[in-house]
Design a protein around this ligand. Sequence first.
Ligand SMILES: [Zn+2]
Length: 259
Amino acid sequence: MTSTLPSSFSSAASAAKAPQPSAANAAPDVAPLPVSLRIRERLDAAAIPYLANDNIAEHLLEGELDQLEIEVAGKVRDLLRSLVVDIDNDHNTEETAERVARMYLHEVFKGRYHHQPKIASFPNVKKLDEIYTVGPISVRSACSHHLVPILGNCWIGIKPGDRVIGLSKFSRVADWVFSRPHIQEEAVMILADEIERLCEPQGLAILVKAQHYCMKWRGVKEPQTSMVNSVVRGDFRHDPSLKAEFFELVKQQESLLST
Ligand SMILES: [Zn+2]
C-alpha cells in the first residue's frame, strides 16, 4: 500500500519545526505544558498541598497518571545521562527509566497517586470495648531526604468505638500511608489520622520500629540502628495503665516472632 502522504511531507514537517521569526502570521509554536506542571498549577490554584507525603489521587484527571509515567521516565533518563551512564549502549540500564517511573508511581510511592483501598467499617453491635493490638505489620517507605528505603514494623492498638474494621484492613491502610516519601514521625501521625477517620476508636496507639537506609547504606553507615516512635490518642493517652497494656501486648507479639 502506498502512502497517502505527499512526498514533501517529511521535509515540510521538519521545516515547520525550525524557528521562523519572519512568519508573522504563523501560529505560535507552543509546546503543551508538562502534565506535572498542569497538575501543580491546578493544585496551587485550589490551595491544595502536595508535599511528599500527601496523597493527590483525587486531584488527578483521567489519563494524567499515564502521562506522568511518560514524563517521569523522561526525567529519569535525563538523570541517568547526567550521571554519565551510557543508557543507549548499556543493556542493563536500557529500560531503567521506564521501570523507575512505574515503580515510583505505582509501587513505592503509590500512596501519593492512588486512592486509598476500599475499607468498609461496621457498627460495633456488641459494644466491644476491650483493647486489642494488631502487628507486626510490615511497613515500607522511603525517606523524604534521600529517597532511600525505610523498612520496619508497625503495631496498632485499638480500643473500639462505634465502628470496627477487619484486621487485615490495618495492613492495607498502613501500606497505603507508608508508600510515600516520609519522615517516620509524620508517617505515624498520618496513619493515626486515617485509622481514626475509618473506625473512630475510643483509643488508638501506634508503634513503629524501622530501619532507615539513609543511615545503613550511606552517611554514618550504622547497620543496626533503628528508629522507634509511637503515637497514643484518646483513652490510650488519658489512661496510663491502658498505654502500658498496649506496650506490654506489643512485647508479647514480638516474643512470638522469636519462637
Ligand atoms: Zn534520608
